[in-house]
Design a binder for this molecule. Structure first.
Ligand SMILES: Cc1cc2nc3c(=O)[nH]c(=O)nc-3n(C[C@H](O)[C@H](O)[C@H](O)COP(=O)(O)O)c2cc1C
Length: 466
């Protein structure tokens, strides 16, 4: 059954499946079986999976499909447990699917209901609960994760981990997992400095467990200060994402991406703009971050959420975009997907231009050419500079001319005539134009274009030293 399903998938999906299987240490068949088992546990996801399989897509849980990062968050019994509720959101904001496990002591500080409601999945609390064991089970909780985060990691949990205890769900999961573990210790400064705690931490470090925090500062107890405060949720989430992406194909690479239109003011209420939605540029930024790159996205005004795990600089005009791009350099790779206005009004009126007499004549002046400016830099030029060419006529001819004129390495050209529906739509048909020739990619979703491009980028810079 599994091999039948695999054979029916297209090459790209097979490749992704192989990567996923390799990452999880399973054979491709076992990976498919795991995915199907997981889908079958939920009637809705099973129906969705069947549809996807029929359409030639991998049948995976939608949360996992978009996130591709599964985090088990173990909440220990410390006063900082309330911050872990915020941590759930922070991890989700970065594209993670979060499952929560609460220790018995944690439930004195936060409820499984709150953690479950925020995670969008029931929270797990009891090793001997037959329902939990039937639904997921401690071994699957331990294995069906890309990362285990313990926050707050109490002195007690740290001690149990160091000694291999497994007398409750949290410790059983921690002992059964072969995945990376990140702990965010939180305790009174004297407990933190205690010899036993430091001994246990040395053991955990030797076992490969990673730490984030604790920080120094005021403690929850009045009048207490020192080292022992749990790291802030944003810091923990950032450390988790860094660990998750540490082995990505673009780990350690810095990428600069532009996206969206620019909007050039004429007066306080009117602008010259274009129809770019930013979907393609944002998808590329998300795919680059998911491959482990450190991504700065400079975006014009769009109606899209910021992609998870990406530093986004919001700008309006082409001039602002150029300033933001130059500030974001150096980068290993720069991808210019924004539709930058070629011209802007020469004069910007400080007050609304009134309607009287003949319509005004608007004089235009040229905007900076951001792609060409960066591609022609004498120093600090990114190793790979990629531009986009949105054309309505002679798409490939114009792209080839643009490649030479702008001095970039690759151009992704697409036909944005209204009939194609590409401008603002979810699909794209692109041609990759390089010095070596033209490669036409089949029509596909903008997400798929993004992933294919990122795979190509990773391969192109693989030999360049980080
Ligand atoms: C009000 C209160 C706050 C506590 N805060 C902490 C804390 O921040 N860190 C810690 O290590 N233990 C703290 N403890 C002690 C733990 O709750 C206790 O060691 C418990 O057994 C930890 O269980 P667990 O690690 O299984 O969650 C606190 C206890 C109480 C009553």
């Amino acid at each position: 059954m599994a091999s039948l399903t695999v054979r029916q998938l297209d090459e790209k999906l097979k490749r992704r499946l192989r990567l996923r299987a390799a990452k999880n240490g399973r054979s491709v068949e076992d990976e498919v079986r795991t995915i199907l088992r997981s889908a079958a546990a939920d009637a809705d996801s099973f129906a969705g999976a069947a549809e996807l399989a029929h359409a030639g897509a991998a049948p995976v849980d939608p949360a996992r499909q978009t996130a591709a990062m599964r985090v088990v968050l173990i909440i220990g019994g410390g006063i900082a447990a309330y911050k872990s509720l915020d941590l759930i959101r922070r991890l989700q904001d970065r594209g993670a699917h979060v499952r929560c496990v609460l220790t018995r002591a944690a439930q004195h500080f936060v409820t499984p209901l709150a953690a479950g409601a925020l995670a969008g999945e029931r929270a797990y609390v009891d090793l001997f609960d037959p329902q939990s064991e039937f639904d997921v089970g401690h071994i699957r909780l331990a294995r069906d994760a890309d990362l285990i985060v313990v926050a707050p990691a109490t002195a007690d949990l740290i001690a149990k981990m160091a000694h291999g205890h497994a007398d409750d769900l949290a410790t059983a999961v921690l002992l059964a997992t072969d995945r990376s573990i990140l702990i965010a210790p939180a305790m009174n400064p004297r407990m933190w400095a205690g010899k036993a705690t430091q001994r246990n931490l040395a053991q955990l470090r030797a076992d490969g467990v990673r730490l984030v925090g604790p920080n120094a500062g005021e403690m929850a107890e009045r009048g207490e200060a020192g080292t022992g405060r749990m790291a802030e949720p944003a810091e923990i989430a950032a450390a988790a994402v860094a660990m998750l992406h540490a082995d990505g194909a673009l780990a350690g690479r810095r990428m600069l991406i532009t996206s969206g239109p620019t909007s050039e003011p004429l007066d306080p209420v009117r602008v010259l703009a274009n129809r770019s939605s930013g979907k393609q540029g944002h998808a590329i930024a998300g795919a680059a971050a998911a491959a482990g790159a450190d991504v700065v996205l400079v975006s014009g005004p769009v109606n899209l959420p910021d992609p998870p795990g990406v530093t986004v600089v919001h700008v309006e005009t082409a001039q602002q975009m150029l300033v933001a791009v130059e500030r974001a350099l150096p980068a290993d790779v720069a991808i210019f997907a924004a539709a930058v206005a070629d011209w802007r009004p020469l004069h910007v009126s400080g007050s609304k231009i009134k309607k009287h007499g003949r319509p005004p004549t608007i004089a235009l002046t040229e905007n900076p050419d951001i792609l060409s400016t960066v591609a022609h830099r004498k120093s600090g030029r990114p190793r790979l500079v990629i531009g986009f060419a949105a054309e309505t006529d002679d798409v490939i001819g114009n792209a080839e001319a643009k490649l030479k004129k702008k001095g970039c390495d690759w151009i992704l050209a697409n036909d944005v005539s209204p009939a194609t529906g590409i401008m603002g739509g979810d699909r794209n048909t692109v041609h990759l134009v390089t010095a070596a020739g033209v490669e036409s990619w089949p029509p596909q979703s903008k997400d798929d274009v993004a992933h294919s491009l990122i795979e190509r980028v990773a391969a192109a810079i693989a030999d360049i030293k980080r």
